[in-house]
Design a protein around this ligand. Structure first.
Ligand SMILES: [Zn+2]
Length: 401
């Protein structure tokens, strides 16, 4: 099976340390791990479960580690053994009783998830925290809509109609049931009255996009997003980041490890200085220099522009916390904290709020391919007004919504 350029880029292997997908390889989530292990020990394994967690929480990784634990032939106190024949097959995602289903882009009407299984194994083994965007990079997506089609639903029913070959359980992990559409109703019977020793693990991000009929038939396991400390610690120990860099990425990623890993690949250093210089120029209303900045922004590329704006939004939020006397909640590295404190001399909470709104709007427009020069020029003008005028002008947005 050919690998495309994207997947080669992605294959710069974040998880070289993770040859295994055991609980111990998953960042944080101690309470969930304990709950899952206990359900096996106490023989309370529900046959249809929904792991619901935001992107970057590790819910898919948890589902795989849980399945590996269930199938392990030498279960340890709180994890699979990692060396038995079942665990070794799990490492490669090649156990005959482990099945996956996920959204894909069908080229033919009878394409199923199985058509893309090699790309899937590649994608997951390289990054168990993959997002739909990452997964898209492994597929020849063009502009098609990802979904789980009716052919795949029939395939699932067929797969699950056999008894397990080697393990006690036959397990199907269905990633992103949000993409099932109404075809998912074909699965209701098998979810409700499965063959003995068949497990359905759904891994979802948005509860309100899942068919209610499916939702009501599964046991819900809520996976929270990671904490700032968990992400920071992971970046320090597994990715040899400096304390400042780890703090900055942990802070920007907001508990989303997928996001943190993406940011690791990009050059984050510099956002802080760039943002603060830009605000200073806007404050002193230096037109020509602002234009030079606008030029620089417009050449940054869309992903960088989005990260830069997101940095700005987070930074302003921290300034607001300082102004509101909630400095104990601020997570900035020392140097940035110092700048933020100075910033509070020229800002008040309402100005900060307006700036933040402008940055949010700009982020929205960057995502929708706005012309970056016009966009950043407009945002700069808005910020100049906000910082320099006593009253905030109403309805002066130049970009049509
Ligand atoms: Zn084992």
């Amino acid at each position: 099976m050919g690998t495309n350029i994207n997947s080669i880029l992605i294959t710069q292997n974040y998880f070289t340390i993770l040859h295994q997908m055991q609980f111990k390889n998953i960042v944080g989530q101690a309470a969930i791990k304990q709950r899952l292990v206990n359900s096996v020990k106490e023989n309370r394994v529900s046959h249809a479960q929904l792991f619901l967690g935001p992107e970057g929480s590790g819910s898919l990784a948890l589902a795989v580690a849980y399945a590996q634990y269930l199938s392990c032939e030498d279960k340890q106190e709180d994890d699979s053994c990692g060396v038995c024949s079942s665990c070794r097959k799990y490492q490669k995602l090649m156990h005959p009783d482990l099945h996956f289903s996920y959204p894909f882009f069908a080229k033919h009407k009878d394409d199923t998830a199985l058509t893309f299984i090699e790309q899937w194994r590649d994608a997951f083994i390289n990054n168990p925290y993959l997002s739909l965007d990452t997964w898209r990079g492994y597929l020849d997506a063009e502009n098609k809509q990802a979904n789980i089609n009716i052919a795949e639903c029939h395939q699932i029913i067929k797969k699950l109609s056999f008894k397990p070959f080697e393990s006690v359980y036959k397990i199907l992990i269905l990633w992103l049931p949000e993409y099932l559409d109404k075809e998912g109703n074909a699965l209701l019977k098998i979810i409700e009255e499965p063959q003995p020793n068949t497990l359905f693990i759904l891994v979802a991000q948005n509860q309100d996009q899942i068919l209610n009929t499916i939702l009501s038939r599964t046991q819900l396991i809520k996976v929270p997003c990671l904490t700032y400390e968990e992400v920071k610690q992971y970046l320090l120990t597994e990715h040899n980041q400096t304390d400042d860099a780890a703090a900055e990425i942990a802070y920007l990623s907001n508990g989303n490890l997928t996001e943190a890993l993406t940011m690791l690949q990009q050059d984050n250093k510099g956002y802080h200085n760039l943002f603060v210089q830009w605000l200073r120029l806007c404050f002193s209303n230096k037109g020509l220099e602002v234009l030079t900045f606008v030029d620089q922004f417009s050449k940054m590329g869309r992903e960088n522009q989005k990260n830069f704006l997101r940095y700005g939004i987070s930074f302003i939020r921290e300034c607001c916390l300082l102004m509101a006397g909630a400095g104990n909640l601020v997570h900035l590295p020392a140097k940035e904290l110092e700048t933020a404190q100075k910033m509070t001399n020229v800002l008040d909470i309402s100005k900060a709020q307006y700036i933040s709104d402008e940055l949010e709007k700009a982020h929205y427009h960057v995502e929708r391919n706005a012309n970056p020069k016009i966009l950043f020029l407009d945002v700069s003008l808005q910020i100049i007004k906000i910082l320099n005028l006593k009253t905030i002008p109403q309805g002066s947005q130049y970009i049509p919504n």
